[in-house]
Design a protein around this ligand. Structure first.
Ligand code: SF4
Length: 508
């Protein structure tokens, strides 16, 4: 029975995690061309482009956060959905074993990672019947950083910088713009938004996410919605949030809007934000064998078009000669010499730490000496070769989640450098100044690029938290990141948010 079904789903997952579809590549190519190479935004886009090409060539995850696998399956009448669901779940576990997906399914109460991406509610699999004889499976992998920037508005409502959003298409436009502005770089901009006008709170979010299955270059058949999509693309890219929130020309690569009926008393605008690592593909399957008969979103006979020339990929990080090299342990004087905008190349020992490590360090002594240390907000994808660990994907995770803890951890243990993405808040900024530390923004999603900066894994602590949450001891070389919060009270994130907020006012 459908003997090739399992392998077809594993192929779909693998390709989706490692190779961006042509429409996203084209949009990212335009974004790359729009930024001057020697600017922060230009350097970020070059790293992103290198990362996309590296992931394709090594068949490695584009981003270490391989997201919540969400399958949309269409089956002919009479298909055995129970069997297919079980096969899809097995395929997800297999892709996780092969390192194409990071173990991402965590018990919401205990925090325990299931290790294979299976658990209550994960993966998400939606079935629909259709009149066609074949089977269609679409997959989107949407990570936590961008998921956390989703927004839902109940209109009428008052919005920062934009004033009142009414129950009208003009109100909808304001809500979407507000969501893009609010996301800044936290969802790894430039991103794309799927939007639902109406529905209830749950169906609104579901339909918004479904819009992300449209190609970025399609045209909304509803002229009213097409007009708002155009207006949003124009206005959002005037905000100058830019790649990773560094300020720049491209903040959004797509806006796709759908509509659902609503209750008379409710009017929701739901916004599903997806990052530049917009991983979405699909397949059609033979209904008798389960073999792939065609791919959706890509022509399987045409190789993926590289973002850069092979020489540009091989050249690595585009240096200007102004980069500052630092090696841990780092001193107070070295940190205080850094200013927002400086590009730093880190070498030597780096420790990873994200949610579980931060919560642990608030109550327990660290398992290693963190004096002068570099703490990297990262949940890597790792593989074990015999007794040796190898990092296969290692981009930064969203730092703002550690805002309640970071200043205290820096102060208590003497951490000098925090690397993450999306920036942190006022409490951490004050802590950096008081304790003598800096925050470096690495390029979100650049998991392959950063994995190549890691020379080896020297050890691991707190493995009981699972591989993404453990504290990995990494030996890195010339790991590039940009100072976005310094020890003098300056924050690029606040500057860009304030400046883009002023522009938002002109778009009200
Ligand atoms: S690119 Fe950024 S937002 Fe997207 S999945 Fe990766 S870390 Fe998360």
């Amino acid at each position: 029975m459908l003997s090739a079904f399992f392998d077809s789903v594993v192929d779909l997952i693998t390709r989706t995690s490692t190779d961006l579809p042509p429409d996203v590549r084209a949009a990212m190519g335009q974004a790359l061309a729009a930024e001057a190479p020697a600017t922060r935004a230009g350097q970020a886009m070059t790293i992103i482009a290198q990362n996309i090409d590296q992931a394709t060539s090594c068949e490695g995850p584009i981003c270490q956060d391989t997201g919540m696998p969400t399958f949309e399956v269409k089956v002919p009448l009479g298909a055995n959905q129970i069997w297919m669901r079980a096969q899809i779940r097995e395929a997800v576990a297999e892709a996780t074993r092969r390192g194409k997906l990071r173990p991402n399914s965590v018990d919401s109460i205990t925090g325990e990672n299931s290790g294979n991406n299976l658990g209550p509610g994960t993966p998400i699999i939606h079935f629909d019947q259709w009149e066609n004889p074949d089977i269609e499976i679409k997959l989107i992998l949407k990570g936590g950083g961008c998921e956390n920037t989703n927004a839902q508005y109940s209109v009428p409502t008052e919005l920062d910088h934009l004033g009142r959003a009414d129950r009208s298409l003009e109100g909808v436009r304001k809500c979407i713009l507000h969501a893009v502005w609010k996301a800044q770089g936290k969802g790894c901009s430039p991103g794309a938004v799927g939007v639902c006008i109406g529905g209830d709170r749950t169906s609104g979010y579901t339909h918004a996410k479904e819009q992300l299955f449209r190609t970025l270059d399609d045209r909304n058949p509803d002229a009213r919605l097409a007009a708002i999509e155009d207006a949003i693309m124009e206005d959002a890219n005037r905000l100058t949030v830019g790649p990773m929130g560094f300020s720049g020309r491209t903040s959004l690569i797509g806006c796709k809007i759908g509509v659902q009926n609503r209750l008379p008393a409710s009017f929701f605008v739901s916004v599903a934000y997806d990052c530049w690592a917009f991983r979405r593909l699909g397949v059609r399957l033979d209904p008798t064998s389960g073999a792939i008969t065609s791919w959706l979103y890509r022509d399987a006979t045409v190789p993926s078009v590289p973002m850069l020339s092979p020489e540009a990929v091989a050249a690595g990080f585009p240096r200007t000669g102004r980069e500052i090299s630092l090696s841990a342990p780092i001193s107070d004087a070295q940190v205080r010499a850094l200013r927002v905008g400086d590009v730093v190349l880190i070498s030597g020992r780096v420790f990873t730490g994200r949610d579980a490590v931060h919560a642990h360090l608030m109550k327990n002594a660290p398992p290693v000496d963190l004096t002068g240390a570099v703490l990297y907000h990262c949940g890597p994808v790792v593989a074990k070769d015999g007794d040796t660990w190898r990092v296969t994907a290692a981009g930064p995770t969203t730092s703002i989640r550690e805002e309640p803890y970071q200043a205290e951890i820096i102060k208590r243990y003497g951490v000098r450098v925090v690397i993450g993405k999306g920036g942190m808040g006022a409490k951490t900024l004050a802590g950096l100044e008081a304790s003598g530390a800096v925050y470096l923004n690495a390029i979100g999603g650049a998991a392959q690029f950063y994995a190549r900066c890691i020379q080896r894994v020297d050890g691991v602590s707190l493995m009981e938290f699972g591989t993404p949450e453990a504290m990995w001891h990494l030996d890195v070389c010339d790991f590039p990141a940009i100072v976005t919060m310094d020890a003098h009270g300056s924050s690029l994130h606040k500057e860009v948010e304030d400046a883009s907020g002023k522009i938002l006012e002109t778009l009200a």
